[in-house]
Design a protein around this ligand. Sequence first.
Ligand code: NI
Length: 136
Amino acid sequence: MLKRFTVSMEDSLLDDFDTFIREHRYQNRSEALRDLIRNRIIEKEWQAEKDVMGVISIVYDHHQHQLQEKVTELQHDFHNEIVSTTHVHMDHDNCLEVIIVRGKAGVIRNLADSLRAMRGVRNSNLTMGSTGIDLH
Ligand code: NI
């Protein structure tokens, strides 16, 4: 159920907020505010070492010596945290792997850092999501 409340803020801050809303194509202030609050709560979950969900994406050259094996081996070390992995052969050299993860924030961060540190991994990203429990 949606509840209403009144928010007071300075003109200049409200102007900045409305600019933000236009730039990010929110329908209205309520939707933008809800999204900002949710993002902040997700950030807090990740800092508090709670159970989280996220997506790790990496791009690497599969010709790099043994890299493919190392990436697979590392993922087996984190089999409890990895929900699913999708491998895309981008072109002749490059592979994209999208890894959906769920677990303690620190463990997930550790996995993402280990992948990023591998020689031959060209690009690595961790998108922090939430299990959703604290968002309701
Ligand atoms: Ni490939």
